[in-house]
Design a protein around this ligand. Structure first.
Ligand code: URA
Length: 188
């Protein structure tokens, strides 16, 4: 069952010390499953609040993300990050940290077998697609990918923290989240 599969990954993340980040973190931040997790969202890495609470997207950016999910009626959601531990001073995770943490992400995808993944920002897009392009080029585009034998469409949108900083991104961000949810909500 996908719940057990996700719980097993969660236990491993909670004691992971595969990279240097475990020295600096307060708590590791495993993914969070709500309902059946049909809508699969990937962020960058935990921030200060997430590190304190051990939950993804619970700070300012998280409040915006969760409010948007509520507004579009998305109830079956899985929220995770490319990197499960907070980098010191919220720096961007290194390529090596992303690669080290990637097996968890691939296993999360294998457990839940989503049809659509939303990449929130540049780091998530890099972790999922291996491309290092600007959000301007990538936002709203759809990429076909395969992880652990699961074929997925990856939709790229803005990171919620960028939306907090730039309110002009709010409408396109909501549009992307709504569209992704509409696409998956009817699926078994
Ligand atoms: N930013 C992220 O990318 N992930 C979180 O969990 C919180 C903020």
């Amino acid at each position: 069952m996908s719940q057990d599969c996700i719980s097993a990954i969660r236990e491993e993340v909670l004691s992971c010390c595969s990279c240097e980040l475990c020295k600096y973190r307060t708590r590791p931040v495993p993914g969070e499953l709500m309902g059946s997790g049909k809508l699969f969202l990937v962020g960058e890495a935990p921030g200060k609040r997430e590190d304190e609470l051990g939950r993804p997207f619970v700070g300012k950016a998280g409040i915006l993300l969760r409010k948007t999910l509520d507004e579009v009626g998305a109830k079956d959601v899985y929220i995770t990050n490319a990197v499960k531990c907070r980098p010191p001073n919220n720096r961007t995770p290194t390529r090596s940290e992303i690669e080290t943490c990637k097996p968890y992400l691939i296993r999360e995808i294998s457990c839940l077998r989503p049809k659509v993944i939303v990449a929130l920002g540049k780091t998530a897009s890099y972790a999922l697609l291996g491309v290092d392009r600007s959000l301007k080029e990538m936002r709203g585009r759809r990429f076909q990918a395969e992880y652990g034998g699961v074929k997925v469409d990856v939709i790229v949108t803005y990171h919620p923290a960028a939306v907090v900083r730039n309110p002009k991104y709010l409408l396109p961000f909501k549009f992307d989240i709504r569209r992704a949810w509409e696409e998956v909500k009817g699926l078994g």
